[in-house]
Design a protein around this ligand. Sequence first.
Ligand SMILES: C[S@@+](CC[C@H](N)C(=O)[O-])C[C@H]1O[C@@H](n2cnc3c(N)ncnc32)[C@H](O)[C@@H]1O
Length: 290
Amino acid sequence: MHDFEQIIATLGEPFYRNEWTALYNMDCRQGLEAMRVKQVFVHSTITSPPYNIGKEYEKPLSTEEYIHWLSGVCSLIYDVTHPSGSYLLNLGYLPLEQTGRAVPIPYLLWDKIKFYLQQEIVWNYGAGVACKNYLSPRNEKILWYVKNAESYTFNLDAIRDPDVKYPNSKKNGRLRTNTLGKNPSDVWQIAKVTTGANRSSTERTPHPAQFPEDLVVRAVAGFTNAGEIILDPFLGSGTTAIVAMKHKRYSIGFEINEEYCHLIKKRVQQYEQECFSTTQALFEASENYS
Ligand SMILES: C[S@@+](CC[C@H](N)C(=O)[O-])C[C@H]1O[C@@H](n2cnc3c(N)ncnc32)[C@H](O)[C@@H]1O
């Protein structure tokens, strides 16, 4: 049985599934624990957990409880990750009473995670709240963890940045820059999903903390291979599942909120419909041609 089907056999009937993706309406700890016990593995996890900042999908916890809870989830993720797998963890910042107004969550968590920390990626975005008494926040972090520091996936050519300043510059008659572009560096400038009249992103869903697809595309293309299985234990609006499907990766997603599960299902089905319509159009074009 394929590893993807084995995970589904372990977790039971999904809320929704198709050939490439399976969505579970459950607490991720329950699903991860079942996977750990049965020893079924994913290649990579790409996710953004709640930040404990009072969003509609969060139960307020003390910072100590929150870090304890999140490091517990990370430990389960470690246990269900393939030996050469990776973990891309997007984190923001939170207020700490008496200590700091916007403390980056990685400062509180990074060394409580069993994986090897490969690098911290800064996600820089243009739009956001404008502040008067301190700098307007324009970044979050993505911690890139691997299980084995000697053996991991890094597809640099798949994520090269074509925006090269002097593409024709040569040294000893040879082009200095790779024709596919430059290394995208550890600072990623990717627009957030915006909301509001006349400025709402086309990919916007009603979910309040949606990943931009471009961010997940870079993570999927750069750190996973086609045919592998990606996990998102906090699936939200389903961005990881959508991007995984578009790039021929399998995905397993957990989402505790049933309303969001309906949203994800609708988003996935919409993508399936688009694929079907494209195949139909190509088929009809070939029929007319022959
Ligand atoms: C920051 S959002 C994720 C957004 C997502 N990256 C996207 O692109 O839409 C976190 C999500 O985790 C869900 N969640 C919170 N606790 C959970 C748990 N224990 N198990 C599964 N999902 C959970 C919340 O309902 C919320 O939708």
